[in-house]
Design a protein around this ligand. Structure first.
Ligand SMILES: Cc1cc2nc3c(=O)[nH]c(=O)nc-3n(C[C@H](O)[C@H](O)[C@H](O)COP(=O)(O)OP(=O)(O)OC[C@H]3O[C@@H](n4cnc5c(N)ncnc54)[C@H](O)[C@@H]3O)c2cc1C
Length: 406
């Protein structure tokens, strides 16, 4: 392979693909990022992730991204569980108890779109990273030594890119995963979630910047985002067969919001969308020279904010290994260990926890609800239990546990 093609091909300039490229560059490994969106529509993406946990903030800091994100986000040390029917706060958790575990004892509320905007600018400035926007990846081939990716440029012409490895950062619809014949095992919830963005100060009603609101009929998540405009996202469950237009009609959304918080005055709705939630993990994260990371390898409910975070953790785990391979300090078996470590976390942590999170919020049995709420209260009030709880929810434990897997 000639020197110019001895690089990693990364498909997708999402948070995972870009963090991978930046960490690879830090490891001295050149990469090419192929992104289907163009410079002129890259920022027109639907709102998605936004809660960044301490373990992830350490990684952003390592590649110089954290300092660019902090001014654009909200530092959120606290989060709450609420019981909607009783209009009562069940528990408040404070990341301050993690002060000896991390330099970042808080979550950063900073939306995915800001993360990719900043990371893309950094990648474009990095001499080890080639970014090609407006390139729609269509497939790839691999042999014993190399991979070749095919992508259509804006004029419709197909270009070929050669590299040593290919990493799918394409998100859930990964073509790499499909071409490798890797099953995406799991299930999809039949109902969709409605996201309404509202410019309103929920804090004056006692809410924290992040709130999980349990209710047997209509659970919610309530998250605060930095403006302009200063705004909050409220998530609501919907019925399986409800018409999207009816769900997102302004009067229907106002009615839902008034049911949630009866202010008597119309809310200033600044955006809305519907999304489908999947709980799936690829049966393996590697097939020869093709590797899956982020949503291409695992998808989950956003309750708990774990998809983007665990995807960035994949990217870092993988970049360190590819760095060692490039420096001839190890061989392809390092990538098998990536598969073992990160797949274990996806199955045993992310999937279990996010399924449990949704169940907890939506639980209908009053006795089970009471027991769950009592347990949350007990954990939040005891500093040792609260630390254990936050080590898990902030994903510090999952990174530590992965590192122990041989
Ligand atoms: C409503 C909602 C809220 C969420 N909140 C959180 C949260 O708070 N915290 C959290 O951790 N996670 C959250 N998530 C999940 C999170 O958004 C995803 O896990 C994360 O975006 C995955 O990153 P990724 O880089 O793997 O893929 P993506 O973000 O999907 O990026 C994939 C990139 O690849 C590009 N691409 C795709 N196909 C091609 C192709 N053929 N050729 C070239 N380029 C291609 C896309 O244009 C895109 O830029 C949330 C998700 C939703 C829906």
């Amino acid at each position: 392979m000639d020197r110019s093609s001895d690089r990693v091909l990364i498909i997708g300039a999402g948070p995972v693909g870009l963090c991978l490229a930046l960490k690879l560059a830090k490891e001295g490994v050149p990469s090419t990022v192929l992104e289907q969106l163009r410079d002129d529509n890259f920022l027109d993406q639907v709102p998605r992730a936004g809660t960044n946990h301490p373990a992830t903030l350490e990684m952003y800091d390592d590649i110089g991204l954290y300092n660019r994100l902090e001014p654009r986000g909200i530092i959120a040390p606290l989060f709450h569980y609420w019981d909607r029917a009783k209009a009562e706060r069940i528990a408040e958790f404070d990341h301050a108890v993690l002060k000896d575990d991390t330099r970042f004892p808080f979550a950063l509320q900073c939306e995915r779109i800001k993360i990719v905007e900043e990371a893309l600018a950094m990648a474009k400035d990095n001499p080890l990273i080639v970014v090609r926007m407006g390139m729609t990846f269509t497939g790839f081939t691999q042999d014993a030594e190399s991979v070749t990716a095919f992508a259509d440029n804006e004029t419709g012409e197909t270009e070929a890119f050669k590299g040593r490895y290919i990493v799918s950062g394409e998100g859930a619809r990964s073509i790499v995963r499909k071409e490798c014949g890797i099953e995406f095992e799991g299930f999809t919830y039949p109902d969709r979630t409605l996201n309404i963005e509202v410019a309103y100060d929920f804090k004056k009603h006692g809410y924290a910047d992040r709130n999980y609101i349990s209710d047997p009929d209509e659970w919610s998540n309530l998250f605060h985002w930095k403006g302009p405009p200063e705004r909050w996202r409220v998530h609501f469950p919907t019925q399986e067969d409800e018409d999207p237009d009816a769900l997102m009609a302004p009067e229907a959304m106002q009615k839902r919001l008034q049911g949630f918080l009866p202010t008597g005055a119309p809310f200033n709705i600044v955006g809305c969308n519907l999304y489908t939630v999947h709980q799936r993990v690829a049966e393996k994260f590697r097939s020869g020279r093709a590797i899956l990371a982020g949503d291409s390898a695992h998808v989950n409910s956003p309750i708990g904010g774990m998809g983007l975070n665990s995807g960035v953790h994949d990217a870092f785990n993988l970049a360190v290994r590819l760095g060692r391979i490039w420096r001839k300090e190890g061989d392809g078996s390092l990538l098998d260990q990536y598969d073992r470590q990160r797949r274990h976390i996806a199955v045993q942590h992310t999937q279990l926890q996010t399924i449990r999170n949704k169940k907890l919020l939506a639980e209908k049995d009053p006795a089970v609800r009471q027991k769950d709420h009592d347990e949350l209260r007990r954990q939040s009030e005891d500093p040792n239990l609260a630390r254990e709880f936050l080590l898990r929810t902030s994903l510090i434990n999952s990174v530590r546990e992965a590192a122990q897997i041989p």
